[in-house]
Design a protein around this ligand. Structure first.
Ligand code: WTA
Length: 629
C-alpha cells in the first residue's frame, strides 16, 4: 500500500504551509509517489481567464498500472473489491488485486477485439456489479474514454449522452437488481440506440437472466470474453489525455460532459481519499454511492484502488430487504470507513433505532457525508447511533467538476463542526466573494470560489469549451465558480448554504430545472412551466413544478400523472416533481424573465416573504398561485 496521508495535526499544518508557499512543488511531491513511464517536465500551466489548466505536462502514465499492477507486485492477495449483492442471500465476492488485474486485462482485450481503441468513447450503462468496475478500468487500460451513465436514467437521457460524446461502443446488461425492482437495462438501451448512430457494438452482460431482444450489433459479454486472454499491456497515456467524461446537469437543457484527465485526477483522488478518511493498511472502506456518479468514480474506484485499499461495492439500496441493510453490511464486512449521503441518513433516521443498534458496528472508525448539506439533526443521529460518538464525521464538499473532495475535515486530524464542511484541503485556495466579485474577509457569507487550480479540476465540457468558460469562469473572472453559496466562521470553517443557480439537489442528485421544464413543455396541454426546489425533510429538497396549461384545468389528476410519467421517461424517475401545480400565469419581470426567487418562496409556503412584487409584469398571478397552493 502507498501511504499519502498526514497522520497528525502537525503534519497537516506543515502540508498547508508548504502548499501555500510552493503550490506546484507541493503537488509534485505527491505526484512523485506514483508510477510514471516518464516524469512531467512542468508541473502546471494555467490561465483561468482563457480558461486552460494543465497539470504534470509531458508526464506519461497509465492510471490502471497505479491502481492495479503496482499492488499486484506488493500485495497480490489483498482484497481490492468486496462485492455485496442486492440480495443478501447471494454470496458476496472478494476480488483480490491479482484477480482484478487479470479481469481488467481480459475485458480490455475484449473491448479491443470488438473494435475499441485509444481515444474512443465507450458508454457504460450497467448495474452496480463488479463487471462495471472492471469495464471502467478496462477502458482506462486501453486509453478509451469511459462515459458511465447512471442506470436509473431513461432511454432519452442515455441517447443524449451517447450522442453528445459520439460513443462507438455501449456496454450494458440484460437487467439490473435494485431493491425489489428489476430494471430492464437492455430494453432501455435498445430504445436509446434507435436514436444513436455512432454505436457499432453493444456488449451485453447477463445479470438477471431475463429475456431480451437481440440486434445485429449485440454481443454477449460471456461469449466475447471467452475469446480473449488476460495479457494486456497498459496503453501509455499523456498526463492530460482524457480519462473519462461524466455528465452533470446544468441550467440549460443539455447535460454537461465534464472531462477529467489521467494524471491530475489520479494524484488528487488518491491523495484526498487517504487523507480525508485516514485509511490505513488492511482497513475495509465502503462508499455507498453508485459508480454512475462522480462519488463512485473517485471514491469507490480510482482513489481507493490507487492507494491499494479494500473497497466495498454494493449493488442494492438502503431499504432492501429491510431498513437495516447498511448496518448489516457494515457488520458483515467489518467496515472501518463508511461514506454515504445525508438523504440516506435522513431516510433511515425515520425508522426504529434498534435497526441500527442490533448490529455490531464496532469496526467503524470514520463516517463520511457527501452530496448535499447535512442538517444538524441528521448529523447528530449519525454521530450518536452509527458512530456511537466515537467516529469522526467528515462532511465532504465537492462536485463532479472538482473530481475530488475540496473542503472537509480530515478524520480525527482536524476539528469537525456539525453542518460545516470545515476547511479547504491543503492545496485548495477557497475564498468567499460578494456579488461584485470582491473577496470577503474573516467571518462572512457569500459566494464560494476557488482561486488556484488543483490537479483534478475538470479541464473542459466535452465538445463545448465556450460553455465551460461561461458556466465556471465568467461570472467572477479569475476564479473557478462552483455555483454554491457558503458562510465562513471566525476560524475559517466553511458551511455550504446551497446552490446559487438553477440546479436543485434532490436526494443528493444534481437536477437542473431547465431540462425538467423542457420535458414538461413537451406535453401538448402545457404552455409554459417553471420548476423550483423546496425544502423536504428526507430528500433535502424536492421539486415543485408550476405549469400553465392550454385548457384551464386546476385539479387534473390525469394531467399530473401524465406529466410525472413524461419527466420519468425523458430524464429518469429521480427527476419527477413531488408537486405539480396548474397556475394561470408565472410571475415575470417586465422583461419577461420568470422570477424564480418568488416561486421558491411560494413553493416553500413562505407567503409573507415574497418581497416587493409590485414591479412584476403580472402581480395578480401571485394571488392565484397562493389560492391554489
Ligand atoms: C452539493 C457530488 C453541501 C453542492 C460530490 C455541489 C454539497 C453539488 C456537499 C455537487 C456537502 C456536495 N455539503 N453541499 N458536503 N457535497 N454538495 O456534482 O451543491 O453530484 O455543488 O457532486 O452537491 O454535486 P455532484
Amino acid at each position: 500500500m502507498v501511504d499519502l496521508a498526514y497522520r497528525s495535526l502537525a503534519d497537516y499544518k506543515q502540508a498547508k504551509q508548504q502548499a501555500s508557499a510552493q503550490p506546484e512543488g507541493f503537488w509534485e511531491d505527491i505526484a512523485n509517489q506514483f508510477e510514471w513511464h516518464q516524469k512531467w517536465n512542468k508541473a502546471l500551466t494555467f490561465d483561468f481567464h482563457k480558461p486552460e489548466v494543465k497539470w504534470f505536462l509531458g508526464g506519461k502514465l497509465n492510471i490502471t498500472e497505479n491502481c492495479l499492477d503496482r499492488h499486484v507486485k506488493t500485495q497480490p492477495n489483498r482484497t481490492a473489491i468486496i462485492f455485496e449483492p442486492n440480495d443478501p442471500k447471494e454470496t458476496a465476492q472478494h476480488i483480490s488485486y491479482k484477480e482484478l488485474h487479470s479481469r481488467v486485462c481480459r475485458v480490455a482485450n475484449m473491448l479491443k477485439k470488438n473494435g475499441a481503441k485509444k481515444g474512443d468513447r465507450i458508454c457504460l450503462y450497467m448495474p452496480m456489479v463488479p463487471e462495471l468496475a472492471v469495464t471502467v478500468l478496462a477502458c482506462a487500460r486501453i486509453g478509451a474514454i469511459h462515459s458511465v451513465v447512471f442506470a436509473g436514467f431513461s432511454a432519452a437521457a442515455l441517447a443524449a449522452r451517447i450522442n453528445d460524446a459520439d460513443c462507438i461502443m455501449l456496454v450494458t446488461a440484460d437487467g439490473g437488481f435494485r431493491g425489489a425492482k428489476v430494471t430492464p437495462l437492455k430494453d432501455i438501451a435498445d430504445e436509446a440506440l434507435t436514436h444513436c448512430k455512432s454505436i457499432n457494438t453493444s456488449i451485453v452482460l447477463k445479470r438477471t437472466g431475463q429475456e431480451v431482444a437481440w440486434n445485429d450489433i449485440d454481443v454477449w459479454w460471456h461469449e466475447a470474453l471467452a475469446e480473449v486472454d488476460d495479457l494486456c499491456p497498459a496503453e501509455i497515456m499523456d498526463s492530460e489525455d482524457p480519462l473519462f467524461i461524466l455528465y452533470t446537469s446544468g441550467s440549460t437543457g443539455k447535460p454537461k460532459g465534464m472531462v477529467h484527465t489521467c494524471g491530475g485526477y489520479m494524484v488528487y483522488t488518491a491523495y484526498s481519499f487517504q487523507n480525508v478518511f485516514q485509511y490505513e493498511k488492511g482497513d475495509i472502506y465502503w462508499c455507498t454511492a453508485d459508480i454512475g456518479w462522480i462519488t463512485g468514480h473517485s471514491y469507490i474506484l480510482y482513489g481507493p484502488l490507487a492507494v491499494g485499499a479494500t473497497t466495498v461495492m454494493f449493488e442494492g439500496v438502503p431499504s432492501y430487504p429491510g431498513y437495516d441493510r447498511f448496518w448489516e453490511v457494515c457488520a458483515k464486512h467489518k467496515v472501518n470507513q463508511f461514506y454515504t449521503a445525508p438523504t440516506a441518513i435522513r431516510a433511515l433516521q425515520k425508522h426504529p433505532v434498534d435497526l441500527v443498534s442490533k448490529h455490531d458496528l464496532s469496526s467503524l472508525k470514520v463516517l463520511g457525508s457527501v452530496g448535499e448539506p447535512i442538517n444538524a439533526e441528521a448529523w447528530h443521529w449519525y454521530d450518536d447511533n452509527v458512530g456511537k460518538n466515537n467516529c469522526p464525521i467528515v462532511d465532504t464538499w465537492w462536485q463532479t467538476e472538482t473530481g475530488g473532495i475540496l473542503i472537509t475535515s480530515l478524520a480525527g486530524i482536524t476539528e469537525q463542526k456539525p453542518t460545516y464542511a470545515t476547511l479547504p484541503m491543503p492545496g485548495i485556495q477557497a475564498v468567499l466573494l460578494d456579488n461584485e466579485g470582491n473577496e470577503l474577509v474573516c467571518k462572512n457569507e457569500g459566494i464560494l470560489a476557488i482561486k488556484h487550480p488543483w490537479p483534478s479540476i475538470a479541464r473542459t465540457i466535452w465538445g463545448d469549451h465556450e460553455r465551460y468558460k461561461n458556466v465556471y469562469f465568467s461570472a467572477y473572472p479569475g476564479y473557478y465558480f462552483p455555483g454554491d453559496g457558503a458562510l465562513r466562521d471566525a476560524e475559517g470553517n466553511y458551511r455550504i448554504t446551497g446552490r446559487v443557480d438553477d440546479v436543485v439537489i434532490v436526494s443528493g442528485h444534481n437536477l437542473g430545472t431547465a431540462p425538467i421544464e423542457n420535458a414538461l413543455n413537451e406535453h401538448p396541454n402545457v404552455v409554459e412551466s417553471a420548476v423550483v426546489g423546496f425544502p423536504h425533510d428526507i430528500k433535502g429538497n424536492a421539486l415543485h413544478a408550476f405549469v400553465i396549461t392550454k385548457d384551464a384545468v386546476y385539479d387534473n389528476e390525469a394531467l399530473v400523472t401524465a406529466l410525472r410519467a413524461l419527466v420519468a421517461k425523458t430524464i429518469g424517475p429521480i427527476a419527477k416533481p413531488d408537486r405539480i401545480q396548474v397556475v394561470s400565469g408565472l410571475p415575470k419581470t417586465r422583461s419577461g424573465k420568470i422570477m424564480r426567487r418568488i416561486l421558491r418562496k411560494l413553493a416553500s409556503g413562505e407567503f409573507d416573504q415574497l418581497g416587493d412584487v409590485s414591479t412584476l409584469l403580472n402581480p395578480d398571478v401571485i394571488e392565484n398561485i397562493k389560492r391554489n397552493n
